[in-house]
Write a protein of this length. Structure first.
Length: 336
């Protein structure tokens, strides 16, 4: 097995990607909060840190940091501590180091603000809510607010059942509604929309267009194929398609596409508004944990809680209490 890594998948020679060569691609994204805790442990092995600081705490301050950023962070913190002649790294050093890493040379890696994080969380929660509420929409198997590639958040949406061959009109409409869910959630919560849903719009427009020009699903234009290129359309690409219709039909097609998108947008809005409580809960946990699995989402739906996160919080409180207790014990011993 030959493995290779690249930052520029976009310019790889197609000969490399041919079946039998580098035909498996694994996208290595930025770590989520759990990943950051583990990475921090590695980079703190030979550094002295105030034992009251937990890695969880540092991880929570560093959304969007890569492994290299975290290594840099711990080195900066150690330098700051040494400059002050301290024997161990304190929280103030880490705070200062976070700022340095964010503003400094590492600016090229995308670290985002609290507000951006909120927008992304609600956007991704919007997709998730629609997946839960619509029978045929794709359900979310994993959702994260850690940026992957070009997109802000990332949402692994898969169909409920294997439906590889046939898609009904209703299936396709619900897919579009699911894709629009992110943008609608942003609009409902912030009364504003961001550029984050760019790819969603491309994909939903491509599906709507295919419904009309390839699958003959428009009543007005009838069961006629106007374009054929079905294998690339769902990837959102638009290669030079052979046109076999007049300008007038082109206008009609555009009108129909707009009609479908509009109808789906209204439906998505209705669903989001009806389930706003669920939307807020999912977004809340996304902001806390950053990555939710399907099981996590199911648990939130059923119980309004996420036990694995609540346990972490309980543990942290417990640890804090223990360290207080041990301090007290020390004091008692000294007094004795
Ligand atoms: Zn989206």
């Amino acid at each position: 097995i030959v493995m290779a890594a690249t930052n520029r998948v976009d310019i790889l020679d197609p000969a490399l990607m041919r079946p039998g060569r580098f035909d498996r691609q694994i996208f290595v994204g930025r770590p989520d909060i759990k990943g950051r805790v583990e990475i921090l442990k590695v980079h703190s092995r030979n550094k002295k840190i105030n034992p009251e600081i937990t890695f969880q705490e540092i991880a929570r301050r560093t959304p969007g940091f890569t492994g290299a950023d975290l290594e840099n962070l711990m080195n900066e913190a150690a330098l700051l501590a040494a400059r002050e002649n301290k024997s161990q790294i304190e929280l103030t050093h880490i705070d200062e180091a976070v700022d340095r890493v964010m503003m400094g040379p590492a600016k090229k890696s995308r670290v985002f603000s609290k507000k951006e994080k909120e927008i992304i969380a609600y956007h991704e929660a919007g997709h998730a809510v629609i997946g839960l509420k619509l029978e045929n929409a794709n359900i979310v198997h994993k959702v994260t607010i850690i940026p992957r590639g070009q997109a802000g958040g990332y949402n692994l949406m898969l169909p409920k059942e294997e439906q590889a061959f046939l898609q009904t009109r209703q299936n396709l409409l619900e897919m579009i509604i699911g894709l629009l869910g992110g943008r609608v959630a942003e609009e409902v919560i912030f009364q504003e929309i961001s550029t984050g849903g760019h790819n969603d719009l491309q994909r939903s427009t491509a599906i709507a267009r295919a419904m009309i020009t390839e699958y003959g699903m428009s009543e007005r234009l009838g069961p006629i194929t106007y374009e054929k290129d079905s294998d690339t359309v769902f990837l959102g690409r638009d290669y030079g398609k052979s046109k076999n219709f007049s300008e007038q039909i082109a206008t009609e097609i555009d009108k129909e596409v707009r009609g479908i998108i509009h109808e789906c947008y209204e439906k998505a809005k209705e669903l989001i508004e009806k389930n706003i409580g669920l939307l807020k809960r999912i977004a809340h946990y996304l902001l806390e944990v950053e990555t939710l699995t399907k099981e996590d989402i199911d648990e939130i739906v059923e119980t309004n809680k996420l036990s694995r996160w609540d346990n972490v919080l309980a543990e942290e409180l417990h640890e804090e209490k223990n360290s207080e207790d041990s301090v007290k014990e020390e004091q008692n011993k000294q007094e004795d």
